[in-house]
Structure formats: C-alpha cells, structure tokens
Design a protein around this ligand. Structure first.
Ligand SMILES: *Cc1c(COP(=O)(O)O)cnc(C)c1O
Length: 231
C-alpha cells in the first residue's frame, strides 16, 4: 500500500516535470513520516525511498534508532527551538527550517566533527502569515550569507510552507515568489554559497504547482503514508 502510494507520487512528480519541461531527476522526493512508526518507514524503504522528513525531534530520534540498520537520510522539517538544537545537530543530515542566526550558530557548534556538515535551508515566510515561522523575504539574503559563514553548516537553499490555496494558479503564484527570491540570492552569491541549489517546497496538495515553479525537493506525507491523526 505504501509502495503503491509511492509509485503514484513519483508518477505525479514525473508528470509535473513533463508539464514544466523539467528533468524528473531534478526533483527529489522527501517522504514525510511524522506520526508514522518505523514499520511504515521500512515499507517505504523497501519500495526504494531513502530520504525521510520528520517534524517532532524526540519521535524522530526514537524512529532513527529503531531503523539504524537501514541507510536512510533524515531531514528535520519541523520548528527548531534553540534548546533542541543538539538533537538536530547530532542526528540529522539536513535541517530545512533555519529562520534565525542563533539556531544556526548552535547547530554549527554542536555538529559532531566526525559527521558531514549539516545541510541547511533557510525557511522563508513568503506570504507573510503573522503566526508563521520563517524569515521575511527581505531578510533572507542577509541570513543566508550569515549562515554560509558557519563552519559546520552547508547552506543549500530555501524552504517554504505557504498557505494552502485550492486553485493551481494561485499555488504557482506563491511558489513563484519563493523561486524568484531563490534566483536573486543565487545570483547575488557570496562566500559559502557554491552549493545553493535547493528549493524545498510543495506538499501533497500542491506538489505539481511547486514543481511548475521550480521546486527541487517536494515534502510529501499524506499521499504516501495516509492521513495523520489530528494533533
Ligand atoms: C507535515 C509536513 C509536510 C507533509 O505534508 P502533507 O500535506 O502530508 O504532504 C511537508 N512539509 C512540512 C514542513 C510538514 O510539516
């Protein structure tokens, strides 16, 4: 069942890439396994999925230890409080939700020397939701450049979670804003920005629009694992 769902999602990504005249290999699928147990992750791995996204750090670390026999890549996509940075620094390959320098500094200080640099995206509050995490678009370049100076982090790009629009064109329009910001930052460049290549956007409901706008990493939970219990 999870295997079938993964095939369906991969087909959606391929169709979206075709419609956008993009190479399907340019879009990575991140399977968002939050609230689902290790067995669900095992099933997805058996169907060829290796990159997984998690929001809740304790839950994630327990799941990782239950799955340590598998070669999985873990992405932190949930909010990171500054007193929880150590869990992220010591257990994840990627963190998508950097929205202030203090958290990035702690992650860099706490990244163990025997691990590869933590791959990070700066989260942007692209549609200015007052309660949402993410740096304001006009502050993104400055934060990206500060993060790029930290020795144990490698800055990879931008991440967004825009409000859910039912209409495809509205979805594309908001994702296109993030794409434009991404292009502007990549063009501005700077030290440590040579791997700035990732646009983490698009979920179950809007992955086609995100791919249309240039997403390189879609984060899909529901379409792979099913509906989550409400928090
Ligand atoms: C839960 C979550 C997702 C997955 O959402 P679905 O709608 O289930 O695909 C993607 N990104 C983030 C940041 C999430 O918290």
């Amino acid at each position: 069942m999870i295997g079938d769902n993964l095939q369906t999602v991969r087909a959606r990504i391929e169709a979206a890439c075709q419609a956008a005249r993009r190479d399907a290999r340019a879009v990575t699928l991140l399977a968002v396994s939050k609230t689902f147990g290790p067995e669900a992750v095992r099933e997805a791995f058996a169907a060829g999925q290796t990159a997984f996204g998690e929001n809740y750090l304790r839950e994630a670390v327990d799941k990782m230890s239950a799955l340590h026999d598998l070669p999985l890549q873990w992405h932190c996509i949930g909010p990171i409080q500054s007193n929880k940075t150590r869990l992220v620094a010591e257990h994840f390959s990627w963190a998508h939700t950097i929205d202030r320098l203090r958290v990035a500094q702690r992650l860099s200080e706490q990244r163990p020397p025997d691990m590869a640099p933590l791959q990070v995206c700066v989260q942007v509050n692209i549609d200015a939701g007052p309660t949402k995490s993410g740096v304001a678009p006009q502050d993104a370049l400055r934060l990206v450049r500060e993060v790029a100076k930290l020795p144990r982090l490698q800055v990879r790009g931008l991440m967004t979670i825009p409000d859910a629009w039912p209409d495809f064109d509205d979805q594309v329009a908001v994702h296109a804003k993030t794409r434009a910001l991404f292009d502007a930052i990549a063009a501005a460049g700077g030290p440590g920005l040579d791997h700035f290549d990732t646009l983490s956007m698009g979920m179950t409901a809007d992955l086609e629009a995100a791919v249309q706008a240039g997403s390189t990493m879609v984060r899909v939970g529901t379409a792979i694992f099913g509906a989550r219990p409400r928090p």
